[in-house]
Design a protein around this ligand. Structure first.
Ligand code: TYD
Ligand code: MG
Length: 458
């Protein structure tokens, strides 16, 4: 057998190097390179007998005209959970490898156990648990009242043994819970280390591509928000889904961060309850803090995450600061953007908050990444500063430019429709997004071109 080759991999960005060095040459991080053993070519080869897809045999690799390649758009299997299907891009695809990340205790194991049980009739599944005992998994399935016929479970962390069992059992769906507990004999590094996680994941990815079985990898997220250590995993898999949510709230949001088979930023919303995760098919209502009397410092916006509009509430608290360098804190929004917006508010809106602490939060633990939040953020800040609530049943959206202009955002009409459906009466929107006539389905639409107009309207 050929001598094992080694490489040095950065745990931050996943770049490979031939030699160890103190600083990663790609991303500049210090002391992040660790050694991994690369498999010899012989070991990487797999027996052709393992090849069989959901839709029958998969041929050995050969050059083929692209137009002749058999492809199956309909080879999606529903997970039995509508919101999960939505995030996956309309169901699970044959041979897909999906990384599900999130904080410990957020509900990753629960969701995947529910999914594997619901899919068992169409896709016989193998639930590999490296964290819980088989009795714990079975106990949870029983408590949740899940149909477990056709679901096999395995308490094992060695990838070689997992693949042996898989080869014998031929499951069409494998859940690896979690990838951080898996290890391969070909490496001496400890389980959970970058090299082990990367190599274990690589084996499972290869298995999925060869056999057409779908694989879910569960990954714990570090405090910084990355999937523990290996960002590398994000490049290797077809889709990366993150579970987000307030620890205090029972609502959970599953977001597609990367998806080769669907829209990114697509959200699935769930509520954690007695019987596990229940889908919330109409999530707009839950992200509003409730209470019909509006409070100062609150503005409802219509965001569009993935392919669906969503009403969320942005809250701001502006308070005189004892610090010489007042605080700007954004939760669920980008911090730098908040600082920029406050500068625009001063320069073009004539509202100074330089001596104030400014805290901005998106209700419900949801993260809003789009610029449509700019205008709602500033309206919430102004409302808090003046200690006056916005008019009742008002929504807003729009991007704020550095010269104080309000710029249009995509899918304006769809957002207005969502607001009208939920009983809103007034909308403050960019001029280019406003319908002619100043109203939409009985809702007054105030078109604004400049930040000052928007502040006047509010
Ligand atoms: P779990 O799926 O084990 O989280 P993860 O795999 O992401 O670490 O979820 C565990 C949490 O969910 C735990 O705090 C208990 C809660 N839970 C419920 O509230 N109801 C339920 O029916 C289940 C199964 C769990
Ligand atoms: Mg778990």
């Amino acid at each position: 057998m050929a001598k094992a080759r080694t490489a040095y991999v950065c745990s931050e960005c996943g770049a490979d190097f031939n030699k160890w060095q103190g600083q990663c040459g790609a991303c500049g991080a210090w002391d992040t390179l660790s050694e991994i053993v690369l498999e010899s070519a012989a070991a990487a080869k797999s027996p052709a007998s393992r090849r069989s897809g959901w839709a029958g045999k998969v041929d050995a690799p050969k050059v083929t005209a692209l137009k002749d390649v058999r492809h199956h758009e309909d080879a999606r299997v529903t997970t039995g959970i509508g919101e999960f299907d939505r995030v996956l891009g309309g169901g699970l695809v044959e041979g897909a490898v999906v990384l599900v990340g999130g904080d410990p205790g957020i509900g990753k194991s629960t969701l995947l156990l529910q999914a594997v049980a619901q899919m068992a009739a169409t896709l016989p599944g193998l639930y590999v648990t490296g964290e819980e005992s088989l009795a714990q998994v079975a106990g949870r399935a029983a408590r949740l009242g899940l149909p477990v016929d056709g679901v096999n479970a395995l308490a094992e962390t060695g990838v070689e043994r997992i693949l042996e069992h898989a080869a014998a059992l031929q499951p069409k769906l494998i859940i690896a819970d979690s990838i951080q507990t898996l290890w391969t004999e070909s490496l001496t590094a400890a389980p959970g280390s970058v090299s082990q996680v990367r190599e274990s994941a690589a084996r499972l990815v290869r298995y999925a591509k060869e056999t057409g079985a779908a694989v879910f990898l569960v990954g714990h997220v570090t405090k910084e928000g990355g999937i523990a250590g290996p960002r590398v995993l994000e490049h290797m898999v077809d889709a990366v889904l993150y579970f987000e949510g307030d620890s205090g709230s029972r609502f959970r949001v599953l977001r597609a961060f990367k998806n080769r088979f669907g829209a990114v930023n697509e959200l699935g919303v769930f509520a954690m309850g007695e019987k596990g995760l229940k889908e919330v098919p109409n999530p707009s209502a839950i992200f509003l803090s409730g209470g019909s009397a509006r409070q100062p410092g609150s503005c409802v916006m219509v965001t569009r995450e993935g392919t669906r509009p969503l009403l969320v509430e942005v809250q701001a608290l502006v308070d005189s600061s004892p610090l010489s360098n007042p605080r700007r804190v954004a939760v669920g929004l980008e911090g730098n953007r908040l600082a920029m917006l406050l500068a625009v508010l001063h320069r073009h809106g004539g509202v100074a908050v330089g001596d104030q602490d400014v805290f901005v939060n998106v209700v419900g633990g949801i993260r809003v990444q789009e610029t449509a939040a700019d205008l709602p953020v500033l309206l919430a800040v102004l409302s808090s500063l003046r200690d006056q609530p916005l008019a009742d049943k008002t929504v807003a959206f729009g991007e704020v430019g550095l010269s104080g202009e309000i710029r249009p955002i995509p899918n304006g009409e769809e957002r207005l429709k969502e607001a009208a459906t939920h009983g809103f009466k007034r909308a403050i929107v960019p001029k280019a997004n406003a319908p002619k006539g100043g109203s939409y389905k009985g809702m007054e639409v105030i078109a604004v071109e400049r930040l000052v107009d928007a502040l006047d309207a509010a």
